[in-house]
Structure formats: structure tokens, C-alpha cells
Design a protein around this ligand. Structure first.
Ligand code: FAD
Length: 469
């Protein structure tokens, strides 16, 4: 059955009038409980602010738990001259030994995951990439939020925003009808910059040339994977696997035989903390927008069709998967890129490749420019020089024209190229923590977010064990 097509006319009818129930007052309201929202809620609460975290699904984690995006990319610098041929299979092979540049909330998440058996401890052997169990991540995040007295409200979809003299109010739709939450200031961690747009902020979308965004991917988890059989195949066919991706010949064979038709040239898959499980990132849905529900509906159908094809391919063609089965696909399709809210500074691809430093740094990153082709096969990867990182300035989190609103995570201010790097989860947690601290200081000092001294934000971030220099 095809999805509902987009409406052919611009006909709009008035909504019935409604009154929203005020569900809470707080210092800082964080909308979206993904990696950025977790960083923001904990950063604000640990600075002494009262915090409410609002999320449309019934659990925290955002793309990590909703779309099964795994693993956490590295928070360490790359040292390719120290590359180790012994790096374990199913982890990126080109990180090697490095220096940690992301800590704070990110480290807390990893340590708790490891202590509950929900993650393989990051090390040189894993390229400092952390594979995790998304169900255990849900427990860990809920515990961290509880420990810092963050109040959570689930099953609420933010739909509006007003800025009044005394309050910043966000409206939500819910099963209980419309509700409102009032705060001194708000951190938009929706990934899509929904709140910033309701507040009237401007945004960029996709690449400059045609405004196309990176493709979407339906992630999947496979169980009963036989690692030894797979390793035997890789050892006998070393040209067919590189760290986390490959199987080019088998893919071509399946495509020729008409059993597989995905717009991607390789299979990309990652280890899990469970030896008999892998997560597979190999579907690709192009030409769809993550902020258009008609596109999203098509993407869900196309993505799940590709999930079936990939599962069949793995089982029929790839040693180690004969008895494997599909454990789960994402609750929703994984969305790499939508709006980038225009802030006081727009981070560029050159800032990243030149490892630029900023006076008002609130987070750092080492992740390369990584653009999956918006039109089909191919991925553009441009790495930072060995041992280097770049800074993300507080100004990228300050939407132009907004006084009591910050953005964090994948919707901060940057170009398409820069976004492809800072979008990864450790960086989203770190920008979230930076935004949370700034929001808390704004609430505690009763001032606009832009009037908070960046040095105070940096000092509090360091108290919270973030690494800024
Ligand atoms: C296919 C794919 C593969 C990736 N691979 C990796 C990888 O291997 N490693 C890595 O580190 N990163 C990876 N990433 C990037 C990473 O997952 C995201 O960029 C990151 O999760 C962004 O974090 P965020 O908190 O900004 O947004 P999200 O994770 O998107 O979280 C946003 C949250 O806000 C909620 N929300 C949205 N709108 C509303 C609203 N209006 N009202 C209420 N709640 C709302 C959502 O439900 C969600 O919980 C990948 C992404 C994709 C899609």
C-alpha cells in the first residue's frame, strides 16, 4: 500500500481553538532527549538550574535508541602514523592511539554503559569507538537524568513557542491535549531545529548547490552472527573487507543476480558488546526530507524494503550469517541532516580541516568531514591532520535574533560540510553540555543567553570535566 501522497493544493483549514494546560515552570527547558538533549539537561542541572527535559518518544537516546545508530564515534584524536594492523575487525582501523578531546557527560555515559555490560570499553583496539547495547543505553540515560534531578516528560511533540517578558513558553501536543511548559530559557535539541524555527530563526538546508541533504538509513541489528566464519572469509579475501566495511564482490554478485538493489556500494557494519551480534548501516534512502512527513512516510517504506533485502543478502551470500536473524530495525528511519539554524557564527568545512581554534570554544571534535552522497552511491571522507582537533564556538549555538533560546546537536550553525563532521553523537553530547551550562547561567543570572560571559561557561564546563584546551 503506497503512503498518503502530499496534498496537491495549499488549502488550509483553521484549527479548532484550544487552551493549553501549563504543565510546568522551570529554569531551563530542554526539548529532545537525544545525545544533545542529554548533554544539555545534565549540563544545566549540574550547574544548579532546575531542568525539564521534554521528548516526543517514550524513552531517551534520540537517534541512538530510536534509529539504532551505533556506535559512538571516537572522542580521541586520530594518529594514523600509529595505525595498528591488529585493530580488531568491525571497528574503524584508522584512529589508532590518540588524545582524548571529548569528556564530561560523554565519559559518564560510556563509563556507566561499560559498568552495566552495555558497551565494549573504548581502547586503541576499538579505535576509541564505543559499540553499545541500545536497550542498556536507555537504562543508563534514565539513571543519569535521575541522579541530577532532571524532570522528564515523554510523549510530547513540541509545536509552538512564544517569548514573553517573563517567560519563554513552548507548546506541545499530547494525548492529554495541548500543554505548555514555561522556562527562563530553552535549549532546542530536536535535531531539526524545530523550536528555533517556531521562534522565527533562519536556517540553511542541504548543500549549497541544490539543497539536497545526506541520505537516510534504516539501521538493523543481526543476531546469531558467527564471527569465526566471517573472519575466515575475511582472512581468505583480504581485499574484500576493511575494518568496518566491504563485501564489494558479494554485493556485485547479488546485484547481478537481481536479489539486491540498494544504492550503496558496500556493507558497513559494526561490532556490538554481544559477540554474536552486529549492527548494519547499509540501507540508503535518497531525495527525501526529514522535515516533510510525506517524504518521511515514503522513507519508512523504502527503508524497510531495503532492510529485508540486506537481511536476505547477508543470510544467502555472506559467511557467518547463515543462521543469523534480524533482531530489530529502528523505531524510525535514521535522519542524518535537516535544518542548520543560522547562529552568530557559521562553522565551515575549512574551519574543520584547518583545525581552527576559537576564543569562545565550548566543545571540540576530531571527526572527519563525512558526506554520504545525497544522490546515490559513494561517500566523501576528509580527515583532520594527525593528532588535531577543531573547536566549536558558543556562537554556533546562539540562533540569530533569539534572546532566550540556544540550539545544540546536529542543528547548530554550520555549513553542509561542517555539519557532516559535528553531527556525530559524542560531539552532539558535548555541544549539548555547552548549551546546557550557558542556559543555566542565563537562568541563574536572569539574563539573556547572549549576555552570559563565555568565560563563565568555559569555567563551569571545566568544573564538569569537559576538555576545552
Ligand atoms: C544512519 C545514521 C548513521 C549514523 N552513524 C553514526 C555513528 O556511527 N556514530 C555517531 O556517533 N553518530 C552517528 N550518526 C549521527 C548521530 O546519530 C546524530 O547526528 C546525533 O544523534 C544527533 O544528536 P541530536 O541529539 O542532535 O539529535 P537526535 O539524535 O536526532 O535526537 C533528537 C531528539 O529530539 C526528539 N524530537 C525531535 N523533534 C521533537 C519535537 N518537535 N518535540 C519533541 N521531541 C522532539 C527526537 O525524538 C529525538 O529524541 C549517524 C546518524 C544516522 C542517521
Amino acid at each position: 500500500m503506497p503512503p498518503l501522497p502530499p496534498p496537491s493544493s495549499e488549502t488550509r483549514i483553521p484549527l479548532p481553538p484550544a487552551r493549553a494546560l501549563v504543565a510546568g515552570y522551570t529554569d531551563v527547558l530542554v526539548v529532545g532527549a537525544g545525545p544533545a538533549g542529554i548533554g544539555a539537561a545534565l549540563g544545566a542541572a549540574r550547574s544548579g538550574a532546575k531542568v525539564i527535559l521534554a521528548e516526543r518518544y517514550g524513552f531517551p537516546g534520540g537517534s541512538a535508541t530510536v534509529a539504532l545508530v551505533m556506535p559512538f564515534m571516537s572522542g580521541h584524536t586520530q594518529e594514523s602514523r600509529l595505525r595498528q594492523s591488529g585493530v580488531e575487525i568491525l571497528y574503524p582501523t584508522d584512529h589508532g592511539r590518540g588524545t582524548r578531546v571529548i569528556a564530561g557527560v560523554f565519559t559518564d555515559v560510556i563509563e556507566r554503559l561499560v559498568s552495566l555490560g552495555g558497551a565494549v570499553p573504548p581502547s586503541e583496539m576499538t579505535g576509541f569507538v564505543t559499540s553499545f547495547d541500545p536497550e542498556i543505553l536507555k537504562f543508563v540515560l534514565a539513571d543519569l537524568l535521575d541522579d541530577s534531578d532532571v524532570q522528564t516528560i515523554y510523549h510530547v511533540l513540541a509545536t509552538g513557542y512564544i517569548q514573553e517578558e517573563q517567560y519563554t513558553t513552548v507548546f506541545f501536543q499530547s494525548k492529554s491535549g495541548p500543554i505548555a511548559i514555561r522556562a527562563h530559557c530553552v535549549v532546542d535539541c530536536t535535531g531539526d531545529g524545530d523550536i528555533a524555527v517556531f521562534a522565527g530563526a533562519s536556517f540553511d538546508y542541504g548543500r549549497n548547490v541544490d539543497h539536497l541533504t545526506q541520505p537516510m538509513t534504516h539501521y538493523l541489528r543481526m543476531g546469531c552472527f558467527e564471527r569465526t566464519a566471517f573472519m575466515d572469509y575475511v582472512q581468505k579475501n583480504p581485499s574484500q573487507w576493511y575494518g568496518v566495511l566491504g563485501l564489494w564482490e558479494l554485493l556485485q554478485k547479488a546485484t547481478k543476480e537481481g536479489t539486491l538493489n540498494i544504492p550503496r556500494e558496500d556493507i558497513l557494519m559494526f561490532a556490538s558488546p554481544h559477540p554474536q551480534e552486529v549492527s548494519v548501516n547499509s540501507t540508503r534512502i535518497t531525495g527525501v526530507s526529514g522535515i516533510d512527513i510525506f517524504d518521511l512516510s515514503r522513507a519508512e517504506l523504502e527503508g524497510r524494503k531495503q532492510v529485508r533485502e540486506v537481511v536476505d543478502f547477508l543470510k544467502r551470500y555472506v559467511p557467518g550469517f547463515n543462521d543469523a536473524y534480524l533482531i530489530q530495525s529502528g523505531v524510525q528511519v535514521g535522519i542524518r541532516e535537516t535544518r542548520r539554524i543560522i547562529g552568530d557564527y557559521i562553522l565551515s568545512g575549512l574551519d574543520i580541516l584547518n583545525t581552527r581554534k576559537f576564543f569562545d570554544v565550548i566543545a571540540r571534535s576530531t571527526y572527519p568531514i563525512d558526506i554520504h552522497n545525497p544522490k546515490g552511491k559513494g561517500t566523501r571522507l576528509e580527515r583532520l591532520p594527525d593528532g588535531q582537533s577543531y573547536d566549536i564556538p558558543l556562537r554556533c549555538l546562539q540562533p540569530k535574533g533569539c534572546s532566550h533560546l540556544l540550539v545544540a546537536g546536529r542543528c547548530i550553525s554550520g555549513t553542509h560540510e561542517a555539519h557532516s563532521s559535528y553531527r556525530v553523537m559524542p560531539v552532539a553530547i558535548a555541544t549539548g553540555q555547552g548549551a546546557g551550562v550557558c542556559a543555566a547561567l542565563s537562568a541563574l543570572n536572569k539574563c539573556a543567553t547572549r549576555d552570559v560571559d563565555y568565560k563563565e561557561v568555559q569555567s563551569e564546563l571545566q568544573n564538569q570535566k569537559a576538555i576545552l584546551w
